[in-house]
Design a protein around this ligand. Sequence first.
Ligand SMILES: *Cc1c(COP(=O)(O)O)cnc(C)c1O
Length: 360
Amino acid sequence: MGHNRIYNFSAGPSMLPEPVLERAASEMLNYHGSGMSVTEMSHRSATYDAIIKSVEKNLREVMNIPEGYKVLFLQGGASLQFAMAPMNLISSTGKADYAITGNFSKKAADEAAKYGEVHIAATSKDRNFACIPQQDALDLSKDAAYFHYCMNNTIYGSTWNYIPVTDAPLVCDMSSCILSEPVDVSKYGIIYAGAQKNMAPAGLTVVIMRDDLNLCPFPYTPVMMDYATLAKNDSMYNTPPAYCIYMLGLVLDWVKETGGLEAMKQRNAEKAKLLYDRLDASKMFILGIDREYRSMMNVTFRCETEELNAEFVKGAEAAGLTSLKGHRAVGGMRASIYNAMPREGVLALIDYIDKFEASH
Ligand SMILES: *Cc1c(COP(=O)(O)O)cnc(C)c1O
């Protein structure tokens, strides 16, 4: 990589593709002859209108979003969606089903419980989130307004390897796996994702919502959290995170130029396999997630002792491999290898693992 950049394994905000950063830099002072940067222009200007429309078009193309879905560009992070989904959907029956497979799905369920009855349809807590409940283990309610799950568990490093089948619409947190592989959008009622893992800088949340959902906000649901209002105003009820949306556009151009989501999946799968194979072959590192649920995006592992973990992370930092410390809830190490992490970054980490193991 150029500019003395290092390999950043942070779970988010995380690396952006170098060509995207270069293009953003080159367009910073004067965007396409407008005489200003995108971050300075009115979100109601014709120039910006063309940007947001083309970003939406590109997202629809890249993710193959069918007709009958609205794309929203919002703020508040994925965490605001933990409240927004129930505040718009739960009151139709007063109840929703949640699967708890890690930290963020638990937070989502806790938030929803303020607004209605939350039924825990499945949890892998008894296995310390090392696995994902299978379809036949889902205890689905007859009267759930929706079924919520988190596809990729960023902190534990596990991922759903199937799409649940439910009568209620699926509401899915895809923050840490969106754009990493193709998804069948038509299976979902709502897909949401904070942008800072695979899409853009922090500050943008993408929501993809089926038009025919039974939206029933509470009278007290804030207007800024009312899906229908935001949709009706094409994400322009107020000032959208204009620059982040533009950056998402650059990332989508890069995804298209590098072969789309099928090619992205292949590269991601190859990177993850290289790292998991190396860790599997080691006597020193322990992998906590059952093999069939291992995440392609967040690879978690640890040594026998906290001292060794700390030494690993510190040495990695010195070798230009940053942010490998695991989340405080889990400990150990976490290598987040999102779309923008080049294969060379994974190879550099494997090289460091070789050296670390050989010297102990
Ligand atoms: C990072 C993350 C969140 C939290 O996102 P914010 O944008 O910080 O609110 C929620 N869910 C998942 C799966 C995440 O990876």
